[in-house]
Design a protein around this ligand. Structure first.
Ligand code: FES
Length: 88
């Protein structure tokens, strides 16, 4: 069961590849484990100043790979499986 909390990271200016497949071992960043799937990382460019971003780890967000608060549904039902992988 994935951790039902978002992964909050501070991103420095530059381009970052964010995992959308849920298979990375270096969350929230893409490590290439999407190979062989149709899924690709989201490339996020941070300009000028560092920014904090919350990335979904439960795979229930409607805004994958970003957290939209959907992980809260698992707080009352921790056995409920994640609903999807990747972006729709
Ligand atoms: S490892 Fe998940 S998108 Fe690359």
């Amino acid at each position: 069961m994935p951790d039902p909390k978002p992964c909050v990271v501070s991103l420095e200016p530059g381009k970052h590849a964010i995992c959308c497949c849920g298979q990375t071992k270096n969350a929230p960043f893409c490590d290439g484990n999407h190979a062989g799937t149709e899924l690709r990382p989201e490339i996020l460019e941070v300009k000028d100043v560092a920014m904090n971003v919350a990335w979904c780890t439960c795979r229930a967000s409607e805004k994958l790979p970003r957290c939209d608060g959907s992980h809260r549904q698992f707080w009352d039902n921790p056995e409920k499986p994640p609903m999807k992988l990747g972006k729709d």
